[in-house]
Design a protein around this ligand. Structure first.
Ligand SMILES: CC(C)=CCC/C(C)=C/CC/C(C)=C/COP(=O)(O)OP(=O)(O)O
Length: 276
């Protein structure tokens, strides 16, 4: 298979799975855009093993082994994603530990379905989302990764918390509660009450407390935006603003996250990206 086809395969994966990220990162120069598609395809595969795999534990173990072999240059790949990723690793100073971190995060998701404290939730968010920022940094800002690391970690926290606040109902149906128990206790929200799917005052208080933590981390990430090379600033800021907009969309829908999944409309995405 040709490299060009391998990248097109990765492009399909991001285009089919995340319209927001596809749109925002399409503003990057061609070479960087393609590299982001390959990293996204890697992340999607790990995520799908956990969400859709019939035997997620052994499948995740096998995937980690594939990645070991990929790094050693000995993988017998049957998935074009590896070909594109090989080109990315040859072109950029990629951080393999971030890729292993994401695999660890998905392993955590298989064993943990409740979070006692905010710190536990942030640790999980680091592994499943901040690592993605750390994978992308060498592509988005070569040579500036040390300077941008904390902002990228914050953006991962912010996006993951946003994702959690959007998917509360879907997660509950899989017996997963990511809202930290200490914050639920602070506002008197019992697990049974959450499970009843009622948008109560205490539910809104818990939701807003987590939203303000996400907003704090979006702001920290925005503070670093001028340290990115010019060509990456608009795409990174655009991705962050579009994702943050999910919070406003949910507020405008009166926090009805139990039976619906709220998306930012194409028009809003367009107007956010146009203003940048
Ligand atoms: C420096 C930098 C760019 C940092 C950002 C890192 C980043 C993109 C993290 C991903 C976070 C996240 C919750 C993704 C959901 O993806 P999904 O495909 O499930 O999304 P969706 O279903 O919400 O569209």
């Amino acid at each position: 298979m040709e490299l060009k086809q391998a990248y097109s395969y990765c492009e399909r994966i991001i285009a089919d799975n995340s319209k927001s990220f596809y749109k925002a990162f399409s503003l990057l120069p061609k070479e960087k855009r393609k590299a982001v598609w390959a990293v996204y395809a890697f992340c999607r595969k790990v995520d799908d093993i956990v969400d859709e795999g019939s035997h997620p534990e052994p499948e995740l173990k096998a995937f980690r082994k594939d990645f070991d072999e990929f790094l050693a240059g000995s993988i017998q790949w049957d998935d074009p994603m590896w070909l594109a990723l090989e080109d990315v690793f040859e072109s950029y100073d990629m951080d393999a530990s971030a890729f292993y971190g994401l695999i660890k995060g998905q392993e955590m998701d298989l064993t943990i379905n409740r979070y006692r404290t905010l710190d536990e939730l942030l640790d999980y968010s680091y592994h499943v989302a901040s690592t993605v920022g750390l994978m992308l940094l060498p592509i988005l800002a070569p040579g500036r990764t040390a300077l941008l690391k904390d902002g990228a970690i914050s953006l991962g926290y912010a996006m993951q918390i946003t994702n959690i606040l959007r998917d509360i109902g879907e997660d509950l149906s899989m017996d997963r509660i990511y809202l930290p128990q200490d914050i639920m206790r602070k506002y008197g929200l019992a697990e049974e009450a959450l499970g009843s799917g009622t948008v109560s005052e205490s539910f809104v208080q818990v939701w807003e407390e987590l939203a303000s933590i996400a907003e704090f981390h979006y702001d920290r990430a925005f503070e670093t935006i001028n340290d990115y090379p010019l060509s990456s600033r608009v795409p990174v800021k655009g991705a962050a603003l579009v994702y943050r907009e999910i919070l406003s969309t949910i507020r405008s829908k009166e926090y009805t996250v139990f039976h619906e999944k709220h998306y930012v409309t194409d028009d809003s995405k367009q107007s956010i990206l146009q203003c940048l």
